[in-house]
Design a protein around this ligand. Structure first.
Ligand code: G3P
Length: 215
C-alpha cells in the first residue's frame, strides 16, 4: 500500500520521509493557504524532497483555464500531478490532459459513478473523500469497496487515493478494502505507528532493566 502525506508543511514531510513512509504528497488550496507561502515555491520544494507524485490543484473552473494552469504546473517538476475537481469541466480537462500525458488526480469524489467517470475520462488518480462523507452520515467505506470492484471489473488503471482521512480506523479499513493509496494528514501519521501499550511496555522494560543492572 502507498501512503501520501496530505500536507504542504515541509517539516512534516521531512520528518516522515526519513522513516521511508512517504510515497507522495497531496495538497489542495486550503492546505497551501495554511502554510502562508508562495504556491510555486512550496510545490517545487516538496517535489525536490519527495520522489513520488505531488498533487497541486488548479483553481480555474472552466476546462480551458484548468488545462492552461495544468500545463504550467506540470513544468514545475517532473513529479507534479495536477489535481482537478470532479465537474463536467474538470472531466473535459482530464480527457485533454491525459492525451497530453499530464497526470491528473480527480478530487472531491463522493460516489462510485463520479469515480467511474473520472477513470473513463483518463484520470491517473481518483480521490474519494471519506471524512466528509461520514460527516453527512454516508458510508464512506462502501464507496471504497464498490469503487475498487468497479475499477477492477473493467481493468481501469486509475489508482484510488483515500482522502479526507480522519483516523486510524479509516486507514486500516481502506487497506483491507484494497485502496491503492491513503493520503494522511501530517498530525495523524504518528498515530499509525503509536500505541499507549507500546509506550507502557517500554517504560516497564526500562524500569526492570534499571533495577536488574543496579543489583
Ligand atoms: O485530500 C483532501 C483532503 O485533505 C480533505 O480533507 O479533512 O478537509 O475533509 P478534509
Amino acid at each position: 500500500m502507498k501512503f501520501f502525506l496530505d500536507t504542504a508543511n515541509v517539516d512534516e514531510i521531512k520528518r516522515i520521509n526519513e522513516l521511508g513512509l512517504v510515497d507522495g504528497v497531496t495538497t489542495n488550496p486550503t492546505i497551501i493557504a495554511k502554510e502562508g507561502r508562495d504556491f510555486e515555491e512550496v510545490i517545487k520544494e516538496i517535489c525536490s524532497l519527495v520522489d513520488g507524485p505531488v498533487s497541486a490543484e488548479v483553481t480555474g473552473s472552466q476546462a480551458e483555464q484548468m488545462i492552461t494552469e495544468a500545463e504550467v504546473l506540470a513544468k514545475w517538476a517532473r513529479n507534479v500531478v495536477v489535481k482537478i475537481p470532479m465537474t463536467e469541466q474538470g472531466l473535459k480537462a482530464v480527457n485533454t490532459l491525459s492525451k497530453k500525458r499530464i497526470k491528473t488526480n480527480v478530487t472531491l469524489v463522493f460516489t462510485v459513478a463520479q469515480g467511474l467517470m473520472a477513470a473513463k475520462a483518463g484520470a491517473t488518480y481518483i480521490s474519494p473523500f471519506l471524512g466528509r462523507l461520514d460527516d453527512i452520515g454516508t458510508d464512506s467505506m462502501a464507496l471504497i469497496k464498490n469503487l475498487r470492484k468497479v475499477l477492477d471489473n473493467y481493468g481501469y488503471k486509475a489508482e484510488i487515493i483515500s482522502a479526507s482521512v480522519r483516523g486510524l480506523e479509516h486507514v486500516e479499513k481502506v487497506a483491507e478494502l484494497g485502496a491503492d493509496i491513503a493520503t494522511i494528514p501530517g498530525n495523524l501519521f504518528p498515530k499509525l505507528w503509536s500505541h499507549p501499550l507500546t509506550d507502557k511496555g517500554i517504560e516497564q522494560f526500562e524500569k526492570d532493566w534499571a533495577t536488574f543492572s543496579n543489583r
